[in-house]
Design a protein around this ligand. Structure first.
Ligand code: 3H9
Length: 695
């Protein structure tokens, strides 16, 4: 097998190229190839400087994540990098694309670094539950100030070439777009100026006192609640400041290996690969997406305006329709406000904002303005009759081949498609609020939706920088269907004795971004109320229906937007409302329920058992293609802690038999709600996991 790393001698310069598509990850063959080429270059008599660069779209994007969890193979990366650094001839690293993780560590092990202006740099190991384990925590603070190194390593955030230059991480930003030439030119100068080697490990580390590290730990205890890796990153960087290089490096290695064995690392890598797997659907392999340049949005409420902004920020042209001029004006104001938010956060320049408002964004009361749209997304009130009417009108006006999409969060997309003469062009595109921020897009595939339209839904998600998950049609699709079920289980916990505030606290401690009752307040309690009223006629009389949420809605308490829901919202703060407890106590009394103490652990167990049970049904029915699709939905749309990998991965981690036993135990209290899903029972009987159903 030819090595992915090659050496060419060009006069007095040795050029080492890493060519290991798609992202030049540091697989064993790359590490071995690098070590070998560096040795040979060093031994070649005429060579006076060595250049290392990456072929294709990027420099090295890190260690090969697919090797993690398997026995480590020699040569190990830290040794390869030490070897590069110890080379007696100057080594110039030429950078383009994304130099990430082990890739940036290779660069830090070189003596000089030159980058194209488009290059980006980062140490994203922490996002995989790790820390840079090949010298990154030791060499970075020898080049960049400690606070900057801490920020980069503990968040994994990337910086651009200009910032890298300012921080001292690189020596030059080169003109042009030829990285090989940039490296060779720099090497020529090094030789001409007789610069010699400059090992990073020999530089003095930037100074910082213990308080800097204590403050970083305290901050991360809040911002990265529950996570181990960020804290270990701080420990490793502190080692760079307080220990000699070799000792600091050894400590970094030990911490790295501890993290490699952690459940959090396994969960985060499951999340990484699941997000890349989720779009790989047999149905759309090789299918070309349709053109997407012009987007129509029907409805300018919170969702419609958010969807419009998401498309505008991605450079698409948007026409938004509302019923009348007043509604249109309100929608325009919302769009402009959201875009200005992006300007304030430096995500959009003022010029770009002006250009969008001048020509990218149009609003109208006339559907005739949709004649040229490639896709029209309906985001009107969640009412089937209204939606049907909208689709019939769109069908009459839109050009052939235009995609007609509904942002419904619960309703039957087949019934909506049936209102048109082109059901093959109809799809559900379920955005999550706020639509310009939330990463998740459920692509709801109806019975007649064509593969080309599905492929275009996924392509749109990519343009919008969202994670798309395919869902079949059912009430609530993947996410909201599972949510409805676990909300019933949590309502059950409240009826049994917990307060909504206990539930929220227990689940936030478990790692959720927000408790489910607080989320309800944020989304608006009227939304769930409308759904419950819609489903009331078909509700099974055996269901133990908790009424306290309805009571709040009847009082006009819809959550944040009315200042009261489960919580009271005043002066930008929220506090539990004792009146909510009174309402619940009254309902328990009416239903003759004796409240008991419910532990935080029981709340978590109920929440997880309910999620996993319904998710198993969702997978078995083919609503979600695989367990990983459920995980990606909850990680990107419901604030589920990424470091737990998603509900299905979590269930595998704690054991499916434990989940099944919990379900059976809860069934003693309510055997209507708690019926074990057949798929879960089968997996337990066979001793298998959800992971066995993932590709
Ligand atoms: C590390 O370096 C540890 C060291 O400190 C210490 C070691 C001792 N390995 O994302 P894409 C695959 S930890 C293996 O769709 P993009 C990916 O699965 C690592 N495979 O493309 C996909 O495969 P497929 C630190 C990898 O252009 C394909 O490449 N580094 C790796 O949107 C394309 O990926 C990171 O965490 C990898 N490292 O984005 C960087 N990376 O086609 C992780 C990617 O079969 N990677 N693949 O599905 C990224 O952030 C993005 O992939 C990148 C490209 C920005 C590079």
């Amino acid at each position: 097998m030819t090595s992915p790393v090659s050496l060419t001698i060009a006069g007095d310069i040795a050029v080492i190229e890493v060519s290991h598509p798609p992202v030049n990850a540091l697989s064993q063959v790359v590490r071995a190839g690098l070590a070998d080429c560096v040795s040979r270059a060093a031994e070649t008599e005429d060579v006076q400087a060595i250049v290392i660069y990456g072929a294709g779209r990027t420099f090295i994007a890190g260690a090969d994540i697919r090797e993690f969890g398997k026995p480590a193979l020699e040569p190990y990366l830290p040794e390869v990098i030490n070897k590069i650094e110890a080379t007696a001839k100057p080594v110039v690293i030429a950078l383009h694309g994304t130099a990430l993780g082990g890739g940036l560590e290779v660069a830090l092990g070189g003596h000089y670094r030159v980058a194209l202006s488009s290059a980006r740099f980062g140490l994203p190991e922490v996002t995989l539950g790790l820390l840079p384990g090949a010298g990154g925590t030791q060499r970075l603070p020898r080049l960049a100030p400690v606070d900057k190194a801490l920020a980069m390593i503990t968040t994994g955030r990337q910086i651009d070439a200009k910032q890298a230059l300012e921080l001292g991480i690189i020596d030059r930003v080169a003109d042009g777009d030829d990285v090989r030439t940039a490296g060779i030119d720099f090497a020529r100068e090094v030789i001409a100026q007789g610069k010699g080697v400059r090992p990073t490990s020999a530089l003095a580390c930037h100074a910082a006192d213990a308080q800097v590290f204590d403050a970083a730990r305290a901050k991360l205890a809040q911002s990265a609640r529950g996570q181990i890796a960020p804290q270990k990153c701080v420990d490793a960087i502190q080692g760079a400041v307080t220990l000699p290089f070799a000792k600091g490096l050894a400590q970094e290695r030990a911490l790295f290996q501890d993290l490699m064995r952690s459940d959090q690392r396994v969960a985060l890598i499951h999340a990484f690969f699941s997000e890349r797997q989720v779009g790989k659907l047999p149905q759309i392999q090789g299918v070309r997406a349709r053109e997407l340049a012009t987007v129509g949005v029907v409805g300018g409420g919170t969702m419609g305006a958010g969807i419009a902004v998401s498309a505008l920020l991605a450079g698409l042209r948007v026409t938004l329709a509302e019923r009348d001029e007043d509604a249109l004006e309100r929608a325009g104001t919302t769009v402009s406000k959201l875009l200005m938010g992006s300007v304030k956060r430096n995500k959009l320049s003022q010029d770009q904002y002006d250009a969008i408002m001048a020509s990218g964004f149009k609003s109208t009361t006339d559907y005739a303005d949709f004649t040229n749209a490639d896709v029209v997304i309906e985001a009107v009130f969640e009412n089937m009759e209204v939606k049907k009417e909208v689709f019939a009108r769109l069908d009459a006006i839109c050009k052939p081949g235009a995609i007609l999409a509904s942002n419904t969060s619960y309703l039957d997309v087949n019934a909506i498609a049936a209102m048109t003469s082109r059901p093959e062009d109809v799809i559900g595109l379920h955005f999550f609020s706020p639509a310009h921020v939330m990463k998740l897009l459920e692509v709801v595939v109806a019975d007649k939706t064509s593969p080309e339209v599905v492929a275009t839904g996924f392509a749109l998600a990519k343009v919008l920088r969202k994670v798309a998950v395919r869902s079949g049609v059912c009430d609530g699709f993947i996410g909201n269907r599972i949510l409805s079920y676990y909300r019933k289980a949590l309502d059950g916990a409240v009826m049994a004795g917990a307060s909504p505030f206990d539930v929220d606290r227990a689940l936030v401690n478990f790692g959720l971004a927000m408790g489910p009752f607080a989320v309800g307040d944020l989304a608006g309690l009227d939304i769930g109320w409308a759904t419950r009223k819609r489903l009331a006629p078909t509700r099974d009389p055996r269901e133990a229906y908790a009424e306290f949420s309805d009571r709040l809605c009847e009082m006009g308490r819809f959550g944040r937007k009315t200042g009261r829901g489960f919580y009271i919202y005043e002066d930008g703060k929220s506090a539990p409302d004792p009146q909510v407890d009174e309402i619940i106590v009254a309902e328990r009394a009416a239903k003759k329920i004796d409240a008991r103490t419910i532990s935080d652990q029981e709340i978590v167990d109920r929440y997880m058992a309910a999620m996993v049970n319904e998710a198993a049904r969702v997978v078995e029915e083919g609503i979600a293609l695989r367990p990983l699709d459920v995980d990606v939905v909850f990680l990107n749309g419901y604030g589920y802690p990424r470091w737990r990998g998603g509900p299905m991965h979590y269930a595998d981690t704690v054991g499916l038999d434990k989940i099944l036993n919990d379900i059976k135990a809860f069934a003693a209290e309510d055997d209507f709600l708690w019926k074990p899903a057949p798929l879960l029972q089968r997996l337990v009987a066979k001793g298998e996991t959800f992971a066995s159903l993932n590709p």
